[in-house]
Design a protein around this ligand. Structure first.
Ligand code: SF4
Ligand code: SF4
Length: 371
């Protein structure tokens, strides 16, 4: 099969596979001269090309695939961890990309699905979308409610998409910057990743104290900067809640109650968001942080139990959540827990909680009339 014919089949397969758009970046041709009108284009294209060639020196073309989805509403029922539809949709898009890659291989060309390629740069260079100030790619039809997938092949295709000469449609808008709870979005469209809440979802380690309170009830993902975006409004109006039986897997009380023995929940969560995210300790840590933000006394018995969990971050997050919910009873329990604590960082966190509790008691006593 010739590469021109293969290219037509790939384009035609778009809807069958579930993609809203497919773009092509030729790696061996000089980009059209009008591309250079875009100041950031050449930089992104060179970075993309170097990354791909360093991993697959046989690659001649990058195929960029846009998988659209409908976002979830942000207000989940009380007591459930909120998760973004992105995490359920990503594996579906990736499966379709893998199907396309296998098909290309069957036609005699080489092909690889690769998650190490900078997908946002690829989508921009393929002419499929523009950058938002929040650093996400926005497509015309689906806004930023998309997942982006790439595959590389040694079939030679050339560019074909209409290309916009501007990198962003944001103009004077700064809404996403203004509402971001951690102020992670810079005016120039750079994202301070270390401040973005998505970096701390289903954590493997200790979540910084200042981030815990800002995570609210989010267990996986933060969509705030996308929800407020005027370029996403039409699509967000169609937002739905996940199916009832699915959200139950993210019931915070059930997760905390199961503690060590959460194999059934774990399998269920893995089916929804993939095995990469479905790690027992990470889910327990996230559930403890959400409990601390809900400050609901019904979680306290489970948080107390979690203080004995073998995973240090789970113990630290439980101690924090316990103190946030019921500072007075937490004091005695944590004073006792410190004597048995083996992890220096967890011990330090517990000591700080006690110090703060004592300082606030001394402060309120000194405020009493007569002092
Ligand atoms: S995902 Fe949330 S924390 Fe991250 S930049 Fe957007 S609003 Fe800020
Ligand atoms: S909210 Fe405004 S600044 Fe942010 S991505 Fe959307 S249009 Fe751009």
């Amino acid at each position: 099969m010739g590469s021109a014919f293969l290219r037509s089949i790939i384009k035609l397969s778009r809807e069958v596979l579930g993609f809203s758009d497919i773009g092509i970046i030729g790696l061996n041709e000089k980009p059209r001269s009008d591309y250079e009108l875009v100041s950031k284009y050449s930089e992104l294209y060179e970075h993309l090309k170097t990354t791909v060639i360093s991993k697959h020196d046989w690659a001649k073309t990058i195929i960029v695939l846009i998988w659209p989805y409908t976002p979830y509403k942000v207000h989940f029922p009380y007591g459930l961890g909120v998760y973004s539809a992105h995490y359920k949709q990503y594996p579906l898009g990736r499966n379709s990309a893998q199907l396309l890659s296998s098909f290309i291989e069957k036609t005699g060309f080489r092909s690889a699905c690769d998650s190490g390629i900078p997908v946002k740069a690829a989508a921009f260079c393929a002419g499929l979308g523009k950058y938002g100030r929040n650093s996400l790619i926005y497509t015309k039809e689906y806004g930023s409610w998309i997942t982006i997938h790439t595959l590389v092949t040694d079939a030679v295709f050339s560019y074909d998409n209409d290309f916009s000469e501007i990198i962003t449609d944001c103009e004077e808008c700064t809404l996403c910057m203004d509402v971001c709870p951690t102020k992670a979005i810079m005016h120039d469209g750079e994202l301070n990743k270390g401040r973005c809440l998505r970096e701390y979802m289903l954590p493997k380690g200790f979540v910084p104290l200042e981030m815990r309170k800002l995570m609210g009830s989010c267990i996986l993902g933060c969509d705030i900067c996308q929800i407020v975006c005027p370029n996403n409004k039409g699509r967000y109006a169609k937002a739905v809640l996940p199916p009832d039986d699915e959200v139950k897997a993210f019931d915070i009380k059930n997760i905390l109650c199961d503690g060590n023995n959460m194999d059934n929940i774990l399998d269920y969560i893995a089916n929804i968001v993939g095995t990469n995210y479905a790690k027992k300790e990470s889910i327990l840590s996230a559930a403890a942080i959400i409990a601390g933000n809900l400050k609901d006394i019904k979680f306290v018995p489970y948080l107390k139990k979690l203080l004995n969990h073998p995973n240090p971050p789970a113990r630290a997050h439980a101690a924090w959540a316990f103190a946030e919910t019921d500072g007075q009873s937490a004091k005695d329990i944590l004073a006792n827990a410190i004597t048995k604590e083996t992890d220096e960082y967890v011990k330090l966190e517990m000591e700080n909680i006690l110090l703060c509790a004592n300082a606030s008691r001394n402060h309120s006593e000194s405020d009493k009339p007569g002092n």
